[in-house]
Design a protein around this ligand. Structure first.
Ligand code: ASP
Length: 341
């Protein structure tokens, strides 16, 4: 298995063009449908590798990946770290709490510093929308957005699509794109970069997306993104194929957005009874971290035949391996990916 082999579904990508021409992965908004499919297809080899006893393919050997996280993270940071290590890279984690950012350094100076260390890829998580692009504009290597403010979290949307594809294939359904599927994203849409990236990704793959939130937690003008907007969760769930639940992002809220967690659960919590409104085999997703008993009940989160929450985590490592591999191909001089930088 090598990452330079032809992708399994090469016929789906435009002939004679690079399957993925971007230097950075900032948002799903920058990607064409075939580029999304390319990353999903590339990730399949890493799903296979990650299920083996020895999980190592040294395609990034000698390269340095810096994970610069200016915001707290558990699964995304770990997932990127594991991804880089399984590809043989030297992975360094920079936590903002211990960095010069706390001493007043500007983001641009931090970017210039990281660049001077000659990183081969930089993974950024930051509390401000647009911070990742700002850094990408200042450095010479690929930049991967691991979540910037309320803007985008592209690898989350890609891993969600991959998890969904696997769940559909396990049921014997095509699973290649999501045309005809109805997917409900319910929760704090206003503050969620996951909702935004998923809306773009799922729509690009053919799904109809229903966004559901209390009025105060629904961004104004979101209809312009062709989303179907609901404030009544029962109505949103009607016949849906997937319920993707989001937590209340209290750390981003200034002021009171909901009366209480109890009231929120009553109206917007996914319970077993409520799930019955969806299609009989509807799948349940959550990007984590979950607040059990608030946006989702434990007996729904743990439903073996319906919840694919742990599969999402599994797919996260594979997607991040694919993104790191693909984005560093040019610098590694991989044939067909342009001259080494
Ligand atoms: N982990 C996701 C994010 O970083 C979702 C969340 O935090 O609720 O946006």
């Amino acid at each position: 298995m090598t990452s330079t082999q032809n992708p399994p579904h090469a016929a789906r990508y435009p002939a004679g063009a690079l399957a993925f021409p971007h230097r950075d992965l900032i948002g799903i908004g920058q990607l064409e449908r075939h580029e999304i499919l390319f990353l999903l297809d590339e990730a399949e080899q890493w799903v296979t590798l990650n299920r083996q006893a020895t999980k190592r393919e040294n395609v990034l050997s000698g390269l340095t990946v810096i994970n610069a996280f200016f915001e707290n993270s558990t699964r995304t940071l770990l997932s990127f770290e594991i991804a880089g290590k399984r590809l043989g890279a030297d992975v360094v984690n920079m936590h903002a709490a211990q960095s010069s950012v706390k001493k007043g350094e500007t983001l641009i100076d931090t970017a210039i510093t990281l660049n001077a260390m000659r990183a081969d890829a930089i993974v950024i998580r930051h509390g401000s929308s647009g911070a990742t692009q700002l850094i990408a504009d200042k450095v010479d290597c690929p930049v991967l957005n691991a979540g910037d403010g309320q803007h985008e979290h592209p690898t989350q949307a890609l891993l969600d699509a991959l998890a969904l594809r696997h769940a559909l294939r396990a049921r014997g359904e095509a699973g290649d794109d999501f045309t005809g599927m109805v997917i409900v994203i319910c929760g704090d849409i206003l503050h969620s970069r996951v909702a935004r990236s998923n809306l773009l990704c799922l729509q690009a793959l053919g799904a109809r997306v229903r966004l559901c939130a209390p009025p105060a937690l629904m961004p104004a003008g979101i209809e312009a993104m062709s989303a179907e907007v609901y404030h009544d969760f029962d109505a949103a769930l009607d016949g849906a194929d997937v319920a993707m639940m989001l937590r209340l992002q209290t750390e981003r809220m200034s002021g009171q957005f909901i009366p209480s967690a109890r009231e929120y659960h009553h109206l917007y919590g996914l319970t077993k009874t409520r799930l019955e409104r969806a299609a009989p085999d509807a799948l349940v997703m959550h990007p984590g971290p979950m607040n059990r008993g608030v946006e989702i009940d434990s007996d729904v989160a743990d439903m073996i035949d319906r919840s694919i929450i742990t599969r999402q985590v599994e797919m996260g490592v594979a997607i991040r391996m694919a993104a790191l591999d693909v984005l560093t191909r040019r610098a590694r001089g991989v044939e067909g990916w342009g001259d080494a930088a």
